[in-house]
Write a protein that binds this ligand. Structure first.
Ligand code: PEP
Ligand code: MG
Length: 612
């Protein structure tokens, strides 16, 4: 294949006019490579990559075009070029204004590519040769081009592969009817590769169709990671360039324990991954066998181990892992699928399903925490500059009191059928908690009026996930039945680290002294007021955190169900007094590195509390 690439030759605009040829570089497909990312959901899986475009491109159809329809197809192509060119011009202008000339060059290259006669000519020639629909021709040609560039030995040309992908996406969006690809439509079992996946999109996924998740974005505590764990899908996130490095159809092995992704591994390497997956499954099964043992330290301190769930169906699995209750039911997932019916009856049925599955065990239902990265355009359709600091959780609920009270009534009604607790997210101070409690009283009054039974003694607790809440925990404790610490947000807000941004995820250290002090203040304040201190952030499910959290006096740990057996194993190997000493030393250590070293040392002294 011989293609002139005017727009790819590095250097000045003058040099852009001198063509370079593909024949100048070597092509060898497929290449094996290993990518390193964040181990976000444990387990090992392999399979074929499915590249999920988050920009709404549907699957590209491929069909024959009759000779009489050919002019129409070429007209479509022309129109798509005009539309794409207009879009790119607008983008270029904005980039020039906001990013400066140098950065705007990237967009300028896209424009040059669109205007390049050779590029257009290639598409037309292919169309005339095969008489296939023009969107397929564009897709097929650009994919081939991007792949060839992607394996070039010249780094400059390799990077241009992303430009081709970008331009082809723009042309295809102009050519195709706008229709989002839904993960609900997956026909095969795949390894999902994406730049980013919204939690609502992941929820639409058909169970069993996704074996593993690989993503450019995301961190250990991002909502995609949480959902992947909930579904038991191994995931490696925060890879930055996975969508560039992996092509649809590549064989991919995902190691969610090591945070590693092997692309097109050699048969031997693939066999190793498969064997490791088998061993891991056996290990999980063996851990499950201890599910009826109490979570008690060697010197008799008993704590509760509960599960976090996002959908009612997870409750059964949680029981299998030995959950003593649900410490966090993220109820917002009921509303995250656009068009979802949020009627009281619907909610009531969902809550009841969890309550009935859990029998006499407590179920903590957190009121809706939409906003941030969890947005349903139909419910909370606002664009915000800083959504994580914006109209989220109770802030949104207070602005929609009828919506909020509908949820509270549904929760109250479910409380008549089991042990239910209510929990308010994103509370930043006493007045917010008071406002939530007033609305709860109103909802109770409405239930009484309708003669709907509920648990008059229902506990209402506060999530401590905003630093201001931790700092005023003594005040909040007086009005809360319990605390549950949301470390995912507490770390994000106290260390100023966006939990979904892989570039800064290295800074999200739960053992940072600032975080540890906030934990201590919160737990001590809870105990000072005679209430329980629970934790439902991801830190509670980290095996390495268990001795520290026992030492800090945490009463209840809530985590992804699959983590329960591992954390329990550590707790049963630990002594509460020893852990208190450890916590004191860690609090005095002064840095995350020193704290982690103390934890390493503890695990060396307790070989039975394996960290796998
Ligand atoms: C948290 O912030 O730690 C938490 C448990 O809530 P979420 O992860 O749903 O924000
Ligand atoms: Mg939170």
């Amino acid at each position: 294949m011989e293609v002139f690439l005017h727009f790819f030759c590095p250097g000045s605009a003058r040099r852009l006019l001198s063509p370079c040829r593909f024949s100048a570089f070597t092509v060898s497909l497929p290449r094996m490579k290993t990518l390193k990312g964040i181990a976000a959901s444990p387990g090992i899986a392999s399979g074929r990559a499915f590249l999920y475009a988050d920009d709404g491109l549907p699957e590209i159809p491929r069909y024959h075009i009759h000779a009489e329809d050919a002019p129409g197809e070429l007209a479509r192509l022309e129109a798509a070029f005009i539309q794409a060119d207009a879009e790119i011009s607008r983008l270029h202008e904005r980039a020039l204004m906001e990013l400066g000339k140098e950065k705007a060059e990237i967009i300028a290259a896209h424009r040059m590519m669109l205007e390049d006669e050779e590029f257009r000519g290639q598409i037309r020639t292919r169309f005339e040769a095969n008489h296939e629909n023009i969107d397929w021709v564009v897709f097929d040609y650009c994919q081939e081009l991007a792949q060839l560039l992607g394996v070039s030995s010249d780094p400059y040309l390799r990077e241009r592969s992303a430009d081709v992908a970008d331009v082809s996406r723009r042309l295809l969006s102009a050519l195709l009817p706008v229709k989002r690809v839904s993960l609900a439509d997956l026909e095969e079992t795949v390894i999902l590769v994406a730049h980013d996946i919204l939690p609502s999109e992941l929820l639409a996924m058909r169970p069993g169709r996704v074996r593993g998740i690989v993503m450019d974005m995301g961190s250990r505590t991002s909502h995609t990671a949480i959902l992947a764990q909930a579904f038991g899908i191994p995931a490696v996130l925060g890879l930055s360039f996975a969508t560039r490095e992996i092509s649809g159809g590549d064989t991919v092995a995902v190691d969610g324990l090591a945070g590693e992704v092997a692309v097109n591994p050699a048969p031997r390497a693939l066999a190793k991954y498969r064997a490791a997956a088998g061993r891991y499954q056996k290990h999980v099964d063996s851990l499950r066998s201890g599910r009826d043992l109490p979570a008690e330290t060697k010197d008799g301190r008993r704590v509760a181990l509960a599960a976090n769930i996002e959908v009612p169906e997870e409750a059964r699995g949680a029981l299998e892992f030995g959950a003593e209750g649900i410490g966090l039911y993220r109820s917002e997932f009921l509303f995250l699928t656009p068009g979802q019916n949020a009627a009281e009856e619907n909610q009531f049925r969902a809550y009841l399903r969890v309550v009935e599955t859990m029998g006499s065990r407590p179920v903590t239902i957190r009121t809706v925490d939409v906003g941030g990265d969890k947005v349903n355009p139909g419910l909370h359709g606002v664009e915000e500059k800083n959504p994580l600091l914006g109209w989220r959780a109770v802030r949104f609920c207070f602005a929609a009191p009828e919506f909020f009270k509908t949820q509270l009534r549904a929760i109250l009604r479910a409380s008549a059928r089991g042990k239910v607790r209510i929990m308010f997210p994103m509370i930043s101070g006493v007045e917010e908690l008071e406002q939530a409690l007033v609305l709860l009283e109103e909802a109770k009054a409405e239930c009484r009026k309708k003669k709907q039974p509920f648990d008059e003694e229902i506990e209402a607790g506060t999530m401590i996930e905003v630093p201001s809440a931790a700092m005023t925990a003594d005040l909040l404790a007086k009005k809360s039945a319990f605390f549950s610490i949301g470390t995912n947000d507490l770390i994000q807000y106290s260390l100023a680290v966006d939990r979904g941004n892989e570039r800064v995820s290295y800074l999200a250290r739960p053992t940072h002294p600032a975080v540890l002090r906030l934990l201590k203040i919160t737990i001590d304040a809870a105990h000072g007021s005679g209430i329980r201190a629970a934790m439902c952030g991801e830190f509670a499910g980290e095996v390495r955190a268990a001795p520290l959290l026992i030492g800090l006096g945490l009463d209840e740990f809530s985590m992804s169900g699959a983590q329960i057996p591992r954390v329990k194993r550590v707790i049963r190997e630990a002594g509460a007094a020893d852990c208190r000493d450890l916590a004191e030393k860690i609090l005095a250590a002064g840095s995350p590195g020193a704290a982690d070293a103390l934890l390493d040392e503890w695990f060396l002294r307790h070989p039975g509390a394996e960290t796998a």
